[in-house]
Design a protein around this ligand. Structure first.
Ligand SMILES: Cc1cc2nc3c(=O)[nH]c(=O)nc-3n(C[C@H](O)[C@H](O)[C@H](O)COP(=O)(O)OP(=O)(O)OC[C@H]3O[C@@H](n4cnc5c(N)ncnc54)[C@H](O)[C@@H]3O)c2cc1C
Length: 433
Protein backbone atom coordinates (compact mmCIF):
# COMPACT_ATOMS: atom_id res chain seq x y z
CA UNK A 1 0.00 0.00 0.00
CA UNK A 2 1.29 3.48 -0.85
CA UNK A 3 0.02 6.46 1.15
CA UNK A 4 0.26 10.01 -0.13
CA UNK A 5 0.34 12.60 2.65
CA UNK A 6 -0.47 16.19 1.76
CA UNK A 7 1.24 18.63 4.16
CA UNK A 8 4.37 18.29 6.31
CA UNK A 9 2.92 19.92 9.42
CA UNK A 10 2.57 18.28 12.82
CA UNK A 11 -0.09 15.81 11.67
CA UNK A 12 1.49 14.86 8.33
CA UNK A 13 4.96 14.27 9.75
CA UNK A 14 3.59 12.29 12.72
CA UNK A 15 1.60 10.11 10.36
CA UNK A 16 4.64 9.45 8.16
CA UNK A 17 6.71 8.36 11.18
CA UNK A 18 3.95 6.11 12.46
CA UNK A 19 3.41 4.51 9.05
CA UNK A 20 7.13 3.91 8.70
CA UNK A 21 7.16 2.22 12.14
CA UNK A 22 4.43 -0.11 10.84
CA UNK A 23 6.09 -0.89 7.53
CA UNK A 24 3.68 1.12 5.34
CA UNK A 25 5.18 3.07 2.43
CA UNK A 26 4.35 6.77 2.33
CA UNK A 27 5.42 10.01 0.74
CA UNK A 28 4.77 13.59 1.94
CA UNK A 29 4.20 16.52 -0.40
CA UNK A 30 4.45 19.99 1.14
CA UNK A 31 3.58 23.35 -0.43
CA UNK A 32 6.31 25.39 1.32
CA UNK A 33 9.65 25.62 -0.51
CA UNK A 34 11.33 24.18 2.60
CA UNK A 35 10.23 23.22 6.08
CA UNK A 36 11.03 26.23 8.17
CA UNK A 37 10.40 26.17 11.90
CA UNK A 38 7.44 28.57 11.98
CA UNK A 39 4.92 29.58 14.62
CA UNK A 40 5.12 30.33 18.32
CA UNK A 41 4.29 28.23 21.36
CA UNK A 42 1.94 25.30 21.67
CA UNK A 43 1.31 22.75 24.37
CA UNK A 44 1.29 19.06 23.63
CA UNK A 45 -0.68 17.03 26.16
CA UNK A 46 0.38 13.72 27.69
CA UNK A 47 -1.88 11.56 25.50
CA UNK A 48 -0.13 12.89 22.39
CA UNK A 49 3.32 12.84 24.04
CA UNK A 50 2.76 9.14 24.78
CA UNK A 51 2.55 8.64 20.99
CA UNK A 52 5.68 10.69 20.29
CA UNK A 53 7.47 8.87 23.09
CA UNK A 54 6.59 5.59 21.43
CA UNK A 55 8.25 6.94 18.29
CA UNK A 56 11.40 7.40 20.38
CA UNK A 57 11.25 11.19 20.37
CA UNK A 58 11.04 11.94 24.08
CA UNK A 59 14.75 12.67 24.55
CA UNK A 60 14.74 15.03 21.57
CA UNK A 61 11.67 16.84 22.84
CA UNK A 62 13.29 17.25 26.24
CA UNK A 63 16.17 19.07 24.58
CA UNK A 64 14.00 21.69 22.90
CA UNK A 65 10.89 21.98 25.09
CA UNK A 66 9.81 22.63 28.67
CA UNK A 67 8.09 20.00 30.78
CA UNK A 68 5.01 21.86 32.02
CA UNK A 69 4.68 21.28 35.78
CA UNK A 70 1.73 23.39 36.79
CA UNK A 71 -1.21 25.31 35.36
CA UNK A 72 -2.66 28.31 37.21
CA UNK A 73 -5.93 29.98 36.23
CA UNK A 74 -6.36 33.57 37.48
CA UNK A 75 -8.65 36.51 36.93
CA UNK A 76 -7.31 39.58 35.16
CA UNK A 77 -5.97 41.01 38.44
CA UNK A 78 -3.79 37.94 38.95
CA UNK A 79 -6.00 36.44 41.70
CA UNK A 80 -5.82 32.66 41.69
CA UNK A 81 -8.91 30.69 40.64
CA UNK A 82 -7.55 27.20 40.08
CA UNK A 83 -4.17 25.51 40.26
CA UNK A 84 -3.30 22.00 39.19
CA UNK A 85 -0.17 19.97 38.54
CA UNK A 86 0.39 18.85 34.95
CA UNK A 87 2.27 16.10 33.20
CA UNK A 88 4.49 13.83 35.29
CA UNK A 89 3.82 15.92 38.41
CA UNK A 90 0.12 15.14 37.98
CA UNK A 91 0.82 11.41 37.87
CA UNK A 92 1.02 10.90 34.10
CA UNK A 93 3.66 8.48 32.88
CA UNK A 94 4.79 11.02 30.28
CA UNK A 95 5.12 14.81 30.44
CA UNK A 96 3.09 17.63 28.97
CA UNK A 97 5.40 19.78 26.85
CA UNK A 98 5.28 23.50 26.22
CA UNK A 99 7.15 23.87 22.97
CA UNK A 100 7.75 26.21 20.06
CA UNK A 101 5.60 24.84 17.24
CA UNK A 102 8.53 25.18 14.88
CA UNK A 103 10.80 23.16 17.17
CA UNK A 104 8.22 20.36 17.34
CA UNK A 105 7.94 20.39 13.56
CA UNK A 106 11.75 20.36 13.38
CA UNK A 107 12.01 17.30 15.64
CA UNK A 108 9.43 15.46 13.53
CA UNK A 109 11.04 16.57 10.26
CA UNK A 110 14.50 15.41 11.33
CA UNK A 111 13.17 12.04 12.44
CA UNK A 112 11.29 11.68 9.13
CA UNK A 113 14.42 12.54 7.14
CA UNK A 114 16.42 10.06 9.10
CA UNK A 115 13.96 7.17 9.10
CA UNK A 116 12.24 7.56 5.73
CA UNK A 117 15.02 9.31 3.82
CA UNK A 118 15.13 12.91 2.68
CA UNK A 119 13.34 12.05 -0.54
CA UNK A 120 10.23 11.01 1.40
CA UNK A 121 9.44 14.67 2.10
CA UNK A 122 9.04 16.65 -1.11
CA UNK A 123 8.68 20.43 -0.72
CA UNK A 124 7.49 23.03 -3.24
CA UNK A 125 4.53 20.85 -4.26
CA UNK A 126 1.22 22.59 -3.70
CA UNK A 127 -1.64 20.13 -3.87
CA UNK A 128 -4.29 21.29 -6.35
CA UNK A 129 -6.76 18.43 -6.87
CA UNK A 130 -7.22 14.68 -6.96
CA UNK A 131 -9.06 12.17 -9.13
CA UNK A 132 -10.12 8.73 -7.99
CA UNK A 133 -9.83 5.92 -10.51
CA UNK A 134 -10.25 2.16 -10.34
CA UNK A 135 -7.50 1.01 -7.97
CA UNK A 136 -5.78 4.37 -7.37
CA UNK A 137 -6.03 8.01 -6.44
CA UNK A 138 -4.05 10.58 -8.45
CA UNK A 139 -3.03 13.92 -6.97
CA UNK A 140 -2.08 16.96 -9.01
CA UNK A 141 0.52 19.41 -7.73
CA UNK A 142 1.88 22.72 -8.86
CA UNK A 143 5.43 23.91 -8.28
CA UNK A 144 6.64 27.48 -7.70
CA UNK A 145 7.69 28.00 -11.33
CA UNK A 146 4.31 26.74 -12.56
CA UNK A 147 5.37 23.16 -13.39
CA UNK A 148 2.70 20.51 -12.75
CA UNK A 149 3.14 16.96 -11.46
CA UNK A 150 0.74 14.08 -10.92
CA UNK A 151 1.41 11.39 -8.33
CA UNK A 152 -0.59 8.16 -7.94
CA UNK A 153 -1.15 6.26 -4.70
CA UNK A 154 -3.55 3.88 -2.99
CA UNK A 155 -4.58 6.33 -0.27
CA UNK A 156 -4.45 10.13 0.00
CA UNK A 157 -4.52 11.87 3.39
CA UNK A 158 -5.15 15.62 3.52
CA UNK A 159 -2.98 16.94 6.38
CA UNK A 160 -2.88 20.38 4.80
CA UNK A 161 -4.05 22.46 7.75
CA UNK A 162 -6.75 25.06 8.31
CA UNK A 163 -7.05 26.10 4.66
CA UNK A 164 -7.02 22.51 3.40
CA UNK A 165 -7.30 22.22 -0.37
CA UNK A 166 -8.19 18.53 -0.03
CA UNK A 167 -11.14 19.45 2.17
CA UNK A 168 -12.15 22.17 -0.31
CA UNK A 169 -12.37 19.60 -3.09
CA UNK A 170 -14.43 17.27 -0.89
CA UNK A 171 -16.72 20.08 0.25
CA UNK A 172 -16.66 22.78 -2.44
CA UNK A 173 -19.77 24.48 -1.05
CA UNK A 174 -18.70 24.53 2.57
CA UNK A 175 -19.16 27.91 4.20
CA UNK A 176 -16.03 29.69 5.49
CA UNK A 177 -14.60 29.83 8.96
CA UNK A 178 -16.73 30.48 11.99
CA UNK A 179 -15.25 33.38 13.87
CA UNK A 180 -16.30 34.01 17.47
CA UNK A 181 -15.34 37.68 17.46
CA UNK A 182 -12.06 37.11 19.33
CA UNK A 183 -8.70 38.34 18.04
CA UNK A 184 -5.49 36.84 19.40
CA UNK A 185 -1.97 38.21 19.46
CA UNK A 186 0.75 35.60 19.95
CA UNK A 187 4.46 36.08 20.48
CA UNK A 188 7.53 34.67 22.20
CA UNK A 189 10.08 36.80 24.07
CA UNK A 190 13.40 35.91 25.68
CA UNK A 191 12.77 37.09 29.24
CA UNK A 192 13.49 36.41 32.89
CA UNK A 193 12.08 33.09 34.10
CA UNK A 194 8.90 33.42 36.17
CA UNK A 195 7.91 31.19 39.10
CA UNK A 196 9.62 27.80 38.71
CA UNK A 197 10.21 28.16 34.97
CA UNK A 198 7.71 25.37 34.21
CA UNK A 199 4.38 27.02 34.99
CA UNK A 200 1.60 28.04 32.65
CA UNK A 201 -0.70 30.93 33.59
CA UNK A 202 -4.09 31.48 31.96
CA UNK A 203 -5.77 34.65 33.16
CA UNK A 204 -8.69 36.97 32.46
CA UNK A 205 -12.09 35.90 31.28
CA UNK A 206 -14.60 35.94 28.48
CA UNK A 207 -13.58 39.26 26.87
CA UNK A 208 -9.83 39.38 27.39
CA UNK A 209 -7.47 36.53 28.11
CA UNK A 210 -3.78 36.29 28.83
CA UNK A 211 -1.76 33.11 28.47
CA UNK A 212 1.88 32.83 29.56
CA UNK A 213 4.21 29.86 29.51
CA UNK A 214 7.90 29.20 28.89
CA UNK A 215 8.69 27.13 25.78
CA UNK A 216 12.49 26.89 25.70
CA UNK A 217 15.56 27.38 27.80
CA UNK A 218 17.65 30.50 27.23
CA UNK A 219 20.92 32.00 28.42
CA UNK A 220 21.57 33.96 31.63
CA UNK A 221 18.50 32.87 33.57
CA UNK A 222 16.25 33.71 30.67
CA UNK A 223 13.69 31.54 28.91
CA UNK A 224 11.68 31.95 25.75
CA UNK A 225 8.29 32.96 27.18
CA UNK A 226 5.27 32.38 24.97
CA UNK A 227 2.43 34.84 25.42
CA UNK A 228 -1.06 35.17 24.02
CA UNK A 229 -3.44 38.09 24.55
CA UNK A 230 -7.00 37.86 23.32
CA UNK A 231 -9.70 40.48 22.85
CA UNK A 232 -13.36 39.89 22.09
CA UNK A 233 -14.16 42.65 19.59
CA UNK A 234 -17.62 41.43 18.60
CA UNK A 235 -19.98 38.50 18.58
CA UNK A 236 -18.54 37.06 15.38
CA UNK A 237 -21.58 37.94 13.28
CA UNK A 238 -19.37 39.90 10.88
CA UNK A 239 -16.22 38.44 9.29
CA UNK A 240 -12.83 38.91 11.03
CA UNK A 241 -10.91 42.06 10.07
CA UNK A 242 -8.23 39.99 8.34
CA UNK A 243 -8.05 36.41 7.03
CA UNK A 244 -6.77 33.57 9.25
CA UNK A 245 -3.05 33.41 8.63
CA UNK A 246 -0.66 31.97 11.20
CA UNK A 247 2.10 34.30 9.95
CA UNK A 248 0.28 37.65 9.95
CA UNK A 249 2.18 40.25 11.99
CA UNK A 250 0.38 42.21 14.74
CA UNK A 251 0.95 45.83 15.77
CA UNK A 252 1.77 47.23 19.24
CA UNK A 253 -0.71 50.04 18.67
CA UNK A 254 -3.58 47.56 18.57
CA UNK A 255 -2.22 45.18 21.18
CA UNK A 256 -1.02 47.40 24.07
CA UNK A 257 -4.46 48.65 25.27
CA UNK A 258 -5.46 45.03 25.86
CA UNK A 259 -2.26 44.17 27.68
CA UNK A 260 -2.93 47.08 30.06
CA UNK A 261 -6.06 45.32 31.34
CA UNK A 262 -4.00 42.59 33.02
CA UNK A 263 -1.75 42.49 35.99
CA UNK A 264 0.28 39.59 37.26
CA UNK A 265 2.82 39.70 40.09
CA UNK A 266 5.14 37.42 38.13
CA UNK A 267 5.79 39.21 34.83
CA UNK A 268 6.14 42.76 33.49
CA UNK A 269 3.65 42.27 30.68
CA UNK A 270 4.28 45.47 28.72
CA UNK A 271 8.02 44.81 28.72
CA UNK A 272 7.36 41.23 27.67
CA UNK A 273 5.26 42.06 24.62
CA UNK A 274 7.49 44.98 23.63
CA UNK A 275 10.48 42.63 23.80
CA UNK A 276 9.19 40.19 21.18
CA UNK A 277 11.14 40.43 17.89
CA UNK A 278 7.81 39.99 16.14
CA UNK A 279 4.35 38.80 17.07
CA UNK A 280 1.30 37.57 15.21
CA UNK A 281 -2.39 38.33 15.02
CA UNK A 282 -4.93 35.59 14.45
CA UNK A 283 -8.73 35.48 14.61
CA UNK A 284 -10.13 32.69 16.77
CA UNK A 285 -11.98 30.69 14.15
CA UNK A 286 -13.01 27.11 13.49
CA UNK A 287 -15.34 25.20 11.19
CA UNK A 288 -18.43 23.15 11.89
CA UNK A 289 -17.64 19.43 12.24
CA UNK A 290 -18.02 17.55 8.96
CA UNK A 291 -20.41 14.63 8.46
CA UNK A 292 -17.61 12.61 6.80
CA UNK A 293 -13.88 12.90 6.30
CA UNK A 294 -13.50 9.87 4.07
CA UNK A 295 -14.51 9.71 0.42
CA UNK A 296 -13.25 6.54 -1.24
CA UNK A 297 -9.46 6.55 -1.02
CA UNK A 298 -9.22 10.06 0.39
CA UNK A 299 -9.47 11.26 3.98
CA UNK A 300 -8.58 14.22 6.19
CA UNK A 301 -6.45 14.54 9.33
CA UNK A 302 -5.60 17.24 11.90
CA UNK A 303 -6.70 20.81 11.25
CA UNK A 304 -7.84 19.87 7.75
CA UNK A 305 -10.40 17.55 9.35
CA UNK A 306 -11.33 19.47 12.52
CA UNK A 307 -9.97 23.02 12.87
CA UNK A 308 -10.73 24.10 16.44
CA UNK A 309 -10.29 27.12 18.64
CA UNK A 310 -6.83 27.05 20.20
CA UNK A 311 -8.05 26.64 23.75
CA UNK A 312 -7.29 23.63 25.92
CA UNK A 313 -4.02 22.79 24.10
CA UNK A 314 -5.60 20.36 21.67
CA UNK A 315 -4.75 21.44 18.08
CA UNK A 316 -1.46 19.61 17.69
CA UNK A 317 -2.36 16.94 20.24
CA UNK A 318 -5.48 15.82 18.35
CA UNK A 319 -3.59 15.77 15.03
CA UNK A 320 -1.07 13.38 16.60
CA UNK A 321 -3.86 11.16 17.96
CA UNK A 322 -5.50 11.11 14.51
CA UNK A 323 -2.21 9.98 13.02
CA UNK A 324 -1.85 7.13 15.49
CA UNK A 325 -5.38 5.92 14.86
CA UNK A 326 -5.03 6.08 11.07
CA UNK A 327 -1.65 4.34 11.06
CA UNK A 328 -3.06 1.49 13.18
CA UNK A 329 -6.11 1.21 10.95
CA UNK A 330 -4.02 1.08 7.77
CA UNK A 331 -1.98 -1.89 9.00
CA UNK A 332 -4.86 -3.84 10.48
CA UNK A 333 -7.74 -3.39 8.00
CA UNK A 334 -8.23 -5.72 5.03
CA UNK A 335 -8.03 -2.90 2.51
CA UNK A 336 -7.23 0.79 2.57
CA UNK A 337 -10.76 2.09 2.19
CA UNK A 338 -11.97 0.00 5.13
CA UNK A 339 -9.09 1.44 7.17
CA UNK A 340 -10.16 5.00 6.38
CA UNK A 341 -13.72 4.24 7.46
CA UNK A 342 -12.55 2.67 10.72
CA UNK A 343 -10.31 5.68 11.39
CA UNK A 344 -13.14 8.10 10.75
CA UNK A 345 -15.58 6.16 12.93
CA UNK A 346 -13.12 6.34 15.81
CA UNK A 347 -11.86 9.90 15.49
CA UNK A 348 -14.59 12.05 13.93
CA UNK A 349 -17.07 11.96 16.83
CA UNK A 350 -14.36 12.58 19.44
CA UNK A 351 -12.83 15.55 17.69
CA UNK A 352 -16.25 17.01 16.79
CA UNK A 353 -17.06 17.00 20.50
CA UNK A 354 -13.85 18.90 21.28
CA UNK A 355 -14.59 21.47 18.55
CA UNK A 356 -17.99 22.06 20.11
CA UNK A 357 -16.67 22.18 23.67
CA UNK A 358 -13.92 24.64 22.72
CA UNK A 359 -16.67 26.97 21.50
CA UNK A 360 -17.92 27.08 25.09
CA UNK A 361 -14.43 28.00 26.32
CA UNK A 362 -13.12 24.48 27.00
CA UNK A 363 -11.39 24.30 30.39
CA UNK A 364 -11.04 28.08 30.34
CA UNK A 365 -14.77 28.21 30.99
CA UNK A 366 -13.71 28.29 34.64
CA UNK A 367 -12.22 31.81 34.37
CA UNK A 368 -15.07 32.98 32.12
CA UNK A 369 -17.57 32.01 34.79
CA UNK A 370 -15.61 33.66 37.60
CA UNK A 371 -15.32 36.86 35.59
CA UNK A 372 -19.04 36.80 34.90
CA UNK A 373 -19.80 36.43 38.61
CA UNK A 374 -17.04 38.66 40.01
CA UNK A 375 -15.82 41.09 37.33
CA UNK A 376 -14.08 43.34 39.88
CA UNK A 377 -12.23 40.58 41.71
CA UNK A 378 -13.00 38.62 44.86
CA UNK A 379 -11.86 38.15 48.43
CA UNK A 380 -12.75 34.44 48.61
CA UNK A 381 -12.91 32.40 45.41
CA UNK A 382 -15.04 29.70 47.07
CA UNK A 383 -17.80 32.23 47.53
CA UNK A 384 -17.76 32.96 43.80
CA UNK A 385 -17.54 29.38 42.49
CA UNK A 386 -17.09 26.37 44.74
CA UNK A 387 -14.11 24.05 44.44
CA UNK A 388 -16.41 21.32 43.14
CA UNK A 389 -17.83 23.60 40.44
CA UNK A 390 -14.37 24.71 39.32
CA UNK A 391 -13.14 21.14 39.27
CA UNK A 392 -16.14 19.98 37.23
CA UNK A 393 -15.32 22.45 34.44
CA UNK A 394 -11.59 21.75 34.28
CA UNK A 395 -11.64 17.97 34.80
CA UNK A 396 -14.69 17.47 32.60
CA UNK A 397 -12.70 18.86 29.66
CA UNK A 398 -9.76 16.54 30.32
CA UNK A 399 -12.10 13.53 30.12
CA UNK A 400 -13.72 14.78 26.94
CA UNK A 401 -10.41 15.44 25.18
CA UNK A 402 -9.06 12.06 26.27
CA UNK A 403 -6.22 13.25 28.47
CA UNK A 404 -7.55 12.46 31.94
CA UNK A 405 -4.78 10.62 33.79
CA UNK A 406 -6.56 7.25 33.88
CA UNK A 407 -7.23 7.44 30.13
CA UNK A 408 -3.61 8.14 29.22
CA UNK A 409 -1.86 5.82 31.67
CA UNK A 410 -4.00 2.83 30.79
CA UNK A 411 -3.53 3.14 27.00
CA UNK A 412 -0.04 1.71 26.72
CA UNK A 413 2.08 2.27 23.62
CA UNK A 414 2.03 -0.72 21.29
CA UNK A 415 5.18 -0.16 19.25
CA UNK A 416 8.88 -0.14 19.87
CA UNK A 417 10.91 2.97 20.57
CA UNK A 418 13.74 4.14 18.36
CA UNK A 419 16.13 5.71 20.87
CA UNK A 420 19.22 5.72 18.70
CA UNK A 421 17.52 7.39 15.76
CA UNK A 422 16.00 9.96 18.08
CA UNK A 423 19.46 10.92 19.34
CA UNK A 424 20.87 11.22 15.84
CA UNK A 425 17.92 13.39 14.82
CA UNK A 426 18.62 15.59 17.83
CA UNK A 427 22.10 16.43 16.70
CA UNK A 428 20.92 17.42 13.27
CA UNK A 429 18.20 19.79 14.43
CA UNK A 430 20.57 21.62 16.74
CA UNK A 431 23.00 22.11 13.87
CA UNK A 432 20.33 23.29 11.48
CA UNK A 433 18.96 25.94 13.82
C1 LIG B 1 3.11 28.33 9.67
C2 LIG B 1 2.24 27.80 10.78
C3 LIG B 1 2.36 28.37 12.06
C4 LIG B 1 1.54 27.90 13.09
N1 LIG B 1 1.67 28.50 14.30
C5 LIG B 1 0.89 28.06 15.32
C6 LIG B 1 1.03 28.64 16.61
O1 LIG B 1 1.84 29.52 16.81
N2 LIG B 1 0.21 28.21 17.61
C7 LIG B 1 -0.72 27.21 17.39
O2 LIG B 1 -1.45 26.83 18.30
N3 LIG B 1 -0.85 26.62 16.19
C8 LIG B 1 -0.07 27.01 15.15
N4 LIG B 1 -0.21 26.43 13.92
C9 LIG B 1 -1.22 25.38 13.75
C10 LIG B 1 -0.82 24.07 14.37
O3 LIG B 1 0.39 23.62 13.84
C11 LIG B 1 -1.95 23.10 14.07
O4 LIG B 1 -3.13 23.57 14.65
C12 LIG B 1 -1.75 21.72 14.64
O5 LIG B 1 -0.42 21.43 14.88
C13 LIG B 1 -2.36 20.65 13.72
O6 LIG B 1 -1.42 20.33 12.72
P1 LIG B 1 -1.76 20.00 11.22
O7 LIG B 1 -0.67 19.09 10.75
O8 LIG B 1 -3.15 19.55 11.06
O9 LIG B 1 -1.65 21.38 10.46
P2 LIG B 1 -0.39 22.32 10.26
O10 LIG B 1 0.63 22.10 11.32
O11 LIG B 1 -0.96 23.65 10.06
O12 LIG B 1 0.27 21.78 8.90
C14 LIG B 1 -0.31 21.89 7.62
C15 LIG B 1 0.78 21.76 6.57
O13 LIG B 1 0.19 21.62 5.29
C16 LIG B 1 0.88 22.47 4.37
N5 LIG B 1 -0.04 22.79 3.27
C17 LIG B 1 -1.08 23.67 3.30
N6 LIG B 1 -1.70 23.67 2.11
C18 LIG B 1 -1.05 22.79 1.31
C19 LIG B 1 -1.24 22.35 -0.04
N7 LIG B 1 -2.23 22.81 -0.81
N8 LIG B 1 -0.37 21.42 -0.55
C20 LIG B 1 0.65 20.91 0.22
N9 LIG B 1 0.85 21.31 1.50
C21 LIG B 1 0.01 22.22 2.05
C22 LIG B 1 1.29 23.66 5.23
O14 LIG B 1 2.35 24.40 4.65
C23 LIG B 1 1.69 22.97 6.53
O15 LIG B 1 3.03 22.56 6.52
C24 LIG B 1 0.59 26.86 12.85
C25 LIG B 1 0.48 26.29 11.58
C26 LIG B 1 1.30 26.74 10.54
C27 LIG B 1 1.20 26.09 9.16
Amino acid sequence: MRVLIIGAGIGGLSLALMLKARGVTCQIYEAAPRIRELGVGINVLPHAIAELSELGLLARLDEVAIRTRELIYTNRFGQEIWREPRGVEAGYEVPQFSIHRGHLQGVLRDAAWQRLGRSAVTCDHTFRSFVQEEGAVKARFRRAGGARTTIAADILVGCDGIHSAVRRQLYPHEKGFKWNGVLMWRGATAAKTFLDGRTMIVGGGFNNKLVLYPIARGRGGKQLINWVVTYRMGDGSSPPPRREDWNRRGTLRELLPHVARFSTPHVDLVKLVRGAPQFYEYPMADRDPLPRWTHGRVTLLGDAAHPMYPVGSNGASQAILDARCLADALVSAEHGRAALSAYEAERLPKTAEIVRNNRQGGPEGVIDEVERRAPDGFSDIDEVLSHAQREAIVKGYAQLAGFAKEQVNRSKPARKRHPSSARAGAARTLRSR
